[in-house]
Write a protein that binds this ligand. Structure first.
Ligand code: NAD
Length: 495
């Protein structure tokens, strides 16, 4: 029986003085809300309120957008080198405060400190990569493509961008947007998840003196109010959201009237295809991490195994062995803690509901399958086996520490069933056969396909989905492209 390990007599993760101001950030400073109430920010390990932040209104959004509009001309005119230097100084500032940010992230999300530290390190790397990439952009060579006409391609910023971020990687998902948006010469207004605003506000506080006022603005509040106003705002040029499919639809609908661009990083349900010739031990060990990193609250999580029937028994044995060893606990319960709680009571209830319905449908948990004793929103790392094709647990995004295992007979069937979900974010293929790995990767309808790996990311390579997982790319030069526009200037030089 799994239990959540608790810290005994540990020093608090954060001091009262580490908290950011409970306010919106606009025009380079923290400001009081126009009106409105307060939102409780809860530590999911203790269920205690750690802070209260203002519930933003549409007026707050409009004020922030005005600040971003005022700032956009000067920021856009800066040379790539100058913007790059600012991004490097932001990376330095984040690195200097890495432990503070990691502690704050863990206090707000319950993540193991190792995960929060990784988030901060990736945040630093995202800023460093974008700082370099913006100085090395490429395009069609200037030249004559029509007789006597010289064509020059300009890459311009879009202008002002609205950003909405989720709760699973609060700081890192903000960085994935802020870094390329600023590098490309835009200004922005960002709404963090109302559940996890602390590291985004702290980030704004830490970098306030590095950016001209109005370039970065943060408005707290709920999606249907603050996020919706960003999506519909007539003065914004794009709305970028990382979140659920439902929020993506709402944002795209609200953006339609102004025809602003839309950038969506939505949910996932990553299939893991295990073929008979796969290294089963390597796959089981990798899934211990890739299925349960961030407690499975990860859009690319390796959550849906499709294993060939001839190796299913052995693979499940090894997977269950790995998963049942996972250390669950709160962030101060030791450096070896691998899995924390669900982020909120609502999400805990949602994940518990999936487990309950799977049980009622006769699906067996080979390990886990239940909630752990409180306080806190902990769920045991779970492997559901003998899952029938089309079962809810294998089709919908549970977003918790749950892996489902289905078996297949034919390769063709595996590819078809892998794609038989509304999502298309990521997938993995496990085989030692190079021809098979290439062929199957090419046929899978997912934005990222790993071969003999899962959930390995790098700032140089793009991240984003197909189908219900949205469109647009984070990370890499493709993100810089997404946050810029192309202008063609043609000179008639005939004489
Ligand atoms: P969510 O959609 O509930 O919330 C995301 C953000 O959208 C929050 O800030 C929320 O306030 C806001 N929002 C909600 N309704 C809105 C509306 N009508 N208009 C504008 N904004 C609105 O998602 P979540 O629960 O915070 O995050 C989990 C989801 O995010 C999962 O589906 C996960 O797969 C996805 N996600 C995807 C990626 C990716 O890169 N593809 C990364 C992380 C998370």
């Amino acid at each position: 029986m799994t239990t959540a390990r608790r810290a005994v007599d540990a020093a608090p993760l954060i001091a009262e003085t580490d908290l950011p101001p409970a306010a919106h950030f606009m025009d380079g400073t923290f400001v009081e809300p126009v009106t409105g109430g307060l939102i409780d920010v809860v530590d999911p390990c203790t269920e205690k309120v750690v802070a209260r932040i203002p519930e933003g209104t549409t007026e707050d959004v409009d004020r922030a957008v005005s600040a971003a509009l005022r700032a956009k001309g000067e920021w856009a005119r800066r040379l790539p080198r100058e913007r790059s230097e600012v991004l490097h100084s932001i990376a330095d500032r984040v690195a200097e405060h890495a432990e503070l940010l990691a502690g704050l992230e863990s206090a707000n999300t319950g993540k193991p400190l190792s995960v929060s530290r990784d988030d901060v390190a990736q945040t630093v790397d995202t800023f460093r990569f974008m700082a370099g990439a913006v100085r090395a952009t490429t395009a069609l060579a200037a030249g004559d493509y029509a007789e006597n006409h010289l064509s020059v391609i300009l890459r311009e910023p879009l202008g002002v961008i609205g950003v909405v971020t989720p709760w699973n990687y609060p700081l890192l998902m903000a960085a994935w947007k802020i870094a390329p948006i600023l590098a490309a010469g835009n200004t922005l207004v960002l709404k963090p998840s109302e559940q996890t605003p602390l590291t985004t506000l702290k980030f704004a506080e830490l970098v306030a003196d590095l950016l001209p006022p109005g370039v970065l603005n943060v408005v707290n509040g709920y999606g249907p109010v603050v996020g919706a106003r960003l999506a519909e705002h007539p003065d914004l040029d794009m709305i970028a959201l990382t979140g659920s499919v439902g929020s993506g639809r709402a944002v795209a609908r609200a953006a339609a009237d102004t025809l602003k661009r839309v950038h969506l990083e939505l949910g996932g349900k990553a299939p893991v295809l295990v073929f008979p010739d796969a290294d089963l031990t390597a796959a089981a060990q990798a899934l211990r991490v890739a299925g349960f990193w961030n407690s499975g609250q990860e859009c690319g999580a390796a959550c849906r195994v499709l294993v060939h029937e001839s190796v299913a028994e052995e693979f499940v044995r090894q997977l269950v062995d790995e998963v049942s060893q996972l250390v669950v606990g709160d962030p101060q319960a030791g450096e070896d803690v691998e899995v924390g709680p669900m982020v909120s009571k609502a999400h805990f209830d949602r994940v518990s509901g999936y487990l309950e319905r799977a049980r009622k449908a006769g699906i067996r948990a080979a390990t886990g399958g239940e909630a752990l004793d409180g306080p806190g929103y902990f769920i045991a790392p779970t492997v559901l086996v003998d899952v029938p094709e089309g079962a809810e647990a294998a089709r919908e995004e549970i977003f918790g520490p749950v892996i489902t295992v289905e078996t297949f007979t034919e390769e063709e069937e595996a590819v078809r069933r892998a794609g038989d979900v509304p999502f298309g974010l990521s997938a993995s293929v496990w085989t030692e056969d190079a021809r098979r790995s290439h062929d199957i990767a090419a046929r899978l309808d997912f934005g990222t396909v790993w071969v003999n790996s899962h959930l390995v990311l790098a700032s140089e390579v793009p991240w984003g989905g197909f189908k219900g997982s949205g469109y647009g790319r984070d990370l890499s030069v493709y993100a810089l492209d997404d946050y810029s526009r192309t202008k063609h200037v043609m000179h008639n030089h005939g004489r």
